[in-house]
Design a protein around this ligand. Structure first.
Ligand code: SF4
Length: 508
C-alpha cells in the first residue's frame, strides 16, 4: 500500500512536467531529475531520496510487468485474432504474472495453457525466453530492438519492433500484415508483397513514418487503421483519415475518370494531372511496380499483391483411441507425448502413425497395434481395433486426415505403460496439453459410441418387450392385446413400440 501511495505520489510529481510517453515513464522522469532536490531540509531530502528509490523500484517492476504484458500479447497475437486471444491472455497473465513465475513453470503446464490456441511452438518459445531472462539476463529484459531480436527466442523482426516501440519507446516501425496492406495501398506498391525488395521498402517506409515522440502509439494506430478501416475486403476509404495521402485511392479516381470519359466518347485530349503508378519512370525494371494488370473491379484492393499460395501438404495419420475402465468408473484414454521439437512439440495425442503411401493400410494398422502393445507391455491383435471414422484437421501448411480406430482393453491389458504415455479420464483430457485435432477425435468417438449405445438400448428394450408380450399372451390368452402392448411398452421402455402402438391401437 505504501509503495502504491509512493508510486502515485511520484507519478503525480511528474505529471505537471513531461509525460509525453504515458504515465509509466513517470519513474524515468524522476530518475532523470534526482538532482533537483536542492533547497529542501535534510529530512525532506531524505524523504525525497527514499521516494525516488522506491519510485525507481516501482518503475523497474512496473516496466518489467509492462514489458511482459506486451511480450505475451504480441506472441499470442501472431497469426491469431484478438477475439480468440483475449481469454487465453487473461488466464495466462493470471497464472504467470511475472517473468519469474513463467520461467518456473514446466513446458507441460505451458502447453496445457496454450492448448487450442494453435502454433504451439509460440508458447514453448515464450517459456524458453522467460527462462533465459531469469537465468542468463539476471531478470533484466533486453532494452533495444536488436537485443530483443538476438536474445529472445520466437521474437522476429515485427515482434521486436512492436515490443520495442510499445514497451521500450524505441523509435522503430513494426510491419505486420495490417501495415503491409495499408502501406502497399498508400504507396500503390503492386509487386509481390512478400518479395525482399517490397519487404525492405515497407520497413524503410514504416521507420520513416513512425512518430519519434510516440512510436508505440503510432504503430498501434497504424495496425488499428488496417484492422478497422483499410480492411482486406471492403475498405472504408470514405472514412479513412489518410485518404488524401493514398495513392491507390487516387489511382481509382484516375481510372474512373478515364473510364467515364471513354463512355462519353471524350477521349482524353489533355492528360490527367494526377500521376499514375503505371507511369513509373523505371516501369519494367522497378521492383515495386505492379506485376499484374490493374483490375477495375478490385479498386484499391488491387493492393497488396500476394504470390499464389502453395497448396497444403496432404497427410493421413492412423490413430487409435485406446480405452480402459478407470478406477473411478470413468473411462480412461491412453495418450502418448510427441517429440519435443517440430509440429505440436511436446503435446499429448492418441497413439498415432503417419501413413506412408507405399505401405498398405492393413500393414500400418498392424504396425500401430505393435506400437500400442509395446507401450502397454501386452499383446494386442489388430483385429481388435474398430474403425470409428475420419477427422480432418487443417494446419497452416498441412491438410491432415486422422483415420480413427478404437480399442477397449480388458482389465489385465492396461497395467503397464512406458515413459511418455499416460492414462487420462475424459474430463482430465479436456484440460490437458492436447491439440484441437485430439479434441475433434474425442468428439467423433463420443458421437459414434453414443449412437451405438442408443442402438444397444433400443435392441435391449425391444427384446424385453417381446419376451414380456409373449409370456403374457401365453399366460392370459384372452387378455386384450392393446392392454398387453401398453403394459409391455411401459415396463420394457421400448419407446418405438409405444409410439407405434399409439398409432395402431385402433387396429388391435
Ligand atoms: Fe486504405 Fe482506402 Fe485509406 Fe487508402 S484511402 S489507406 S485504400 S482505406
Amino acid at each position: 500500500m505504501t509503495l502504491l501511495m509512493l508510486c502515485c505520489c511520484a507519478l503525480s510529481f511528474s505529471a505537471g512536467t513531461t509525460r509525453r510517453r504515458g504515465s509509466c515513464r513517470g519513474g524515468l522522469w524522476l530518475r532523470q531529475n534526482q538532482t533537483s532536490t536542492s533547497g529542501h531540509t535534510e529530512v525532506g531530502r531524505c524523504f525525497l531520496v527514499f521516494t525516488f528509490t522506491a519510485a525507481d523500484t516501482i518503475y523497474l517492476k512496473f516496466s518489467l510487468l509492462f514489458f511482459l504484458l506486451v511480450w505475451v500479447s504480441e506472441i499470442m497475437l501472431q497469426q491469431t485474432q484478438v477475439a480468440t486471444v483475449i481469454d487465453y491472455y487473461n488466464k495466462w497473465m493470471k497464472r504467470w504474472p511475472t517473468v519469474q513465475d513463467l520461467a518456473a513453470a514446466t513446458l507441460e503446464e505451458v502447453n496445457q495453457m496454450w492448448a487450442g490456441l494453435g502454433y504451439y511452438s509460440r508458447g514453448k518459445r515464450l517459456h524458453e525466453g522467460a527462462q533465459k531472462v531469469v537465468s542468463e539476463l539476471r531478470g533484466q529484459m533486453p532494452r533495444t530492438v536488436n537485443s530483443l531480436l538476438k536474445q529472445l527466442p520466437g521474437v522476429g523482426r515485427y515482434t521486436a519492433g512492436a515490443i520495442g516501440s510499445i514497451a521500450l519507446g524505441q523509435v522503430t516501425g513494426a510491419v505486420d500484415g495490417n501495415l503491409i496492406r495499408v502501406l502497399c495501398r498508400l504507396r500503390a506498391i503492386g509487386a509481390d508483397s512478400t518479395s525482399p525488395a517490397v519487404t525492405e521498402a515497407l520497413w524503410s517506409l514504416a521507420n520513416t513514418l513512425v512518430d519519434p515522440e510516440r512510436p508505440g502509439d503510432f504503430n498501434q494506430a497504424m495496425m488499428e487503421l488496417g484492422a478497422r478501416v483499410c480492411t482486406p475486403k471492403g475498405p472504408l476509404c470514405s472514412q479513412c483519415p489518410v485518404q488524401s495521402h493514398c495513392h491507390s485511392h487516387r489511382k481509382v479516381h484516375v481510372k474512373q475518370e478515364a473510364n467515364s470519359r471513354k463512355l462519353l466518347g471524350k477521349l482524353d485530349k489533355k492528360p490527367s494531372v494526377l500521376p499514375d503508378i503505371e507511369d513509373c519512370m523505371n516501369s519494367g525494371t522497378c521492383p515495386l511496380c505492379p506485376s499484374e494488370p490493374w483490375d477495375d473491379e478490385l479498386g484499391v484492393q488491387n493492393f497488396p499483391r500476394k504470390p499464389a499460395k502453395k497448396p497444403p501438404r496432404v497427410e493421413r495419420t492412423l490413430t487409435c483411441v485406446v480405452i480402459r475402465a478407470g478406477e473411478e468408473g470413468e473411462d480412461e484414454y491412453l495418450l502418448t507425448q510427441r517429440l519435443n521439437k517440430g509440429l505440436l512439440a511436446g503435446m499429448w495425442e492418441f497413439p498415432s502413425l503417419l501413413q506412408e503411401e507405399k505401405s498398405s493400410e492393413m500393414k500400418q494398422k498392424k504396425a500401430l497395434c505393435a506400437e500400442i502393445s509395446k507401450k502397454l507391455g501386452t499383446r494386442l491383435t489388430d483385429s481388435l481395433l474398430q474403425h470409428v471414422g475420419e477427422v480432418v484437421h487443417i494446419f497452416s501448411h498441412i491438410h491432415q486426415t486422422y483415420v480413427v480406430h478404437s480399442v477397449r482393453l480388458k482389465d489385465g491389458d492396461s497395467q503397464t505403460q512406458t515413459e511418455n504415455a499416460q492414462w487420462l479420464s475424459k474430463s482430465a483430457l479436456q484440460g490437458a496439453a492436447v491439440s484441437t485435432g485430439v479434441k475433434k477425435i474425442v468428439k467423433l468417438c463420443d458421437s459414434v459410441h453414443g449412437q451405438k449405445d442408443e442402438t444397444t438400448k433400443a435392441s435391449t428394450s425391444e427384446y424385453l418387450f417381446l419376451k414380456m408380450y409373449l409370456t403374457l399372451k401365453m399366460t392370459v390368452p384372452t387378455a386384450d392385446s392393446a392392454c398387453i402392448i401398453h403394459v409391455c411398452c411401459s415396463r420394457s421402455g421400448w419407446k418405438k413400440t409405444k409410439d407405434r402402438w399409439r398409432q395402431e391401437s385402433s387396429d388391435l
